[in-house]
Design a protein around this ligand. Structure first.
Ligand SMILES: Nc1ncnc2c1ncn2[C@@H]1O[C@H](COP(=O)(O)OP(=O)(O)O)[C@@H](O)[C@H]1O
Ligand SMILES: CC(=O)N[C@@H](CCC(=O)OP(=O)(O)O)C(=O)O
Length: 286
């Protein structure tokens, strides 16, 4: 005969599951776009946890869409090939040789690592880039940056097809040009464009800081568009945070319900953000 005494941890687990019900109901059928940055990708264990969270989201009726970066992985390959690389305002100056490496790394190893991690957890992930099924057509962002793309036309039909088949799209931020060129898109920018095209319920930008910090270094958990503008004007929001908050503002002003800058280093941060009272970052609303 087996006996057991009730353990406090089990009761806490059951309480957590029970308290998630209103959130599970709220997000049933929702579209959630998640940007996974290169810095947030981390170890195989961290990737496994992230993948499990994504599969759980799909299991409870959310339609997750992953848009990834991979800046550090591109840097490593360019270094191996002894190709110099410069950034201007957080964007990589991309000549033809660099573009080849960017596409090879993002659409290749990085995309397939995420796809495989999700599939190993029992999901059905499909890797795409903006070139597939005309998902992202770009114009050149700025002649000084070379082949850096500004998403211009999005055709998200392929994504709806994948949702219907219970599949999880994993998108590399590469776009097609109108004259057959290939464009390198900043990962945050690509995620924002996809979220807008899908009129997503949530856009989560995973990064390696606790959230948007104010002048005292404290994380601000909720920001209105006007707060972001004031903090950017005063220089409190700077560097790599600028493309993120710009993307967030553009998204929430164009039909995305809310955007959160999430600390991707926190275990299960995506679940915490969606299914509990304890968000894991800074939420930006219009
Ligand atoms: N107000 C701010 N709050 C938080 N981080 C900020 C702020 N201003 C600038 N940053 C910088 O932005 C960085 C995040 O951007 P980035 O390194 O490009 O992220 P990722 O690699 O995840 O895309 C932080 O590590 C931090 O140094
Ligand atoms: C135009 C541009 O800068 N593209 C980025 C694309 C990858 C990216 O955005 O990666 P993270 O999200 O990891 O930073 C790059 O070449 O690094």
């Amino acid at each position: 005969m087996k006996t057991q005494t009730m353990n406090r941890d089990w009761i806490a687990t059951a309480e957590t599951l029970s308290s998630a019900l209103p959130y599970l109901q709220r997000y049933d059928g929702a579209i959630v776009v998640i940007k996974l940055g290169g810095h947030a990708m981390g170890s195989d264990e961290a990737m496994e946890t992230f993948a499990r969270d994504i599969v759980l989201m799909r299991q409870v009726g959310v339609n997750p869409v992953i848009v990834h970066g991979g800046g550090p992985m591109i840097n490593a390959m360019l270094e191996k090939l002894q190709i110099r690389s410069d950034f201007v305002n957080g964007k990589r100056v991309t000549d033809a040789a660099t573009m080849e490496v960017v596409e090879m790394v993002l659409s290749g190893v990085v995309n397939k690592r995420i796809v495989q991690a999700i599939n190993r957890q029992g999901g059905r992930a499909v890797g795409l880039s903006g070139k597939d099924a005309n998902l992202i057509t770009c114009d050149q962002a700025d002649p000084d940056l070379g082949f850096v793309g500004a998403p211009a036309d999005l055709d998200p039909k392929v994504l709806y097809g994948l949702f219907e088949k219970d599949m999880i799209p994993v998108i590399a931020p590469i776009g097609a040009g109108r004259d057959g060129e290939t464009f390198n898109i900043n990962g945050d920018t690509a995620a924002g464009a996809v979220a807008k095209a899908l009129q997503a319920d949530r856009l989560l930008l995973l990064t390696d800081v606790a959230g948007v910090k104010n002048g005292d270094g404290d994380v601000v958990t909720e920001l209105k568009a006007a707060d972001v503008e004031a903090m950017t004007a005063s220089g409190v929001i700077a560097g790599g945070m600028i493309p993120k908050t710009e993307t967030a503002l553009d998204a929430v002003r164009n039909g995305v319900r809310a955007c959160t800058i999430v600390d991707g280093r926190v275990q299960n941060s995506v679940l915490l953000e969606l299914f509990t009272d304890h968000g894991a970052g800074s939420m930006i609303r219009a």
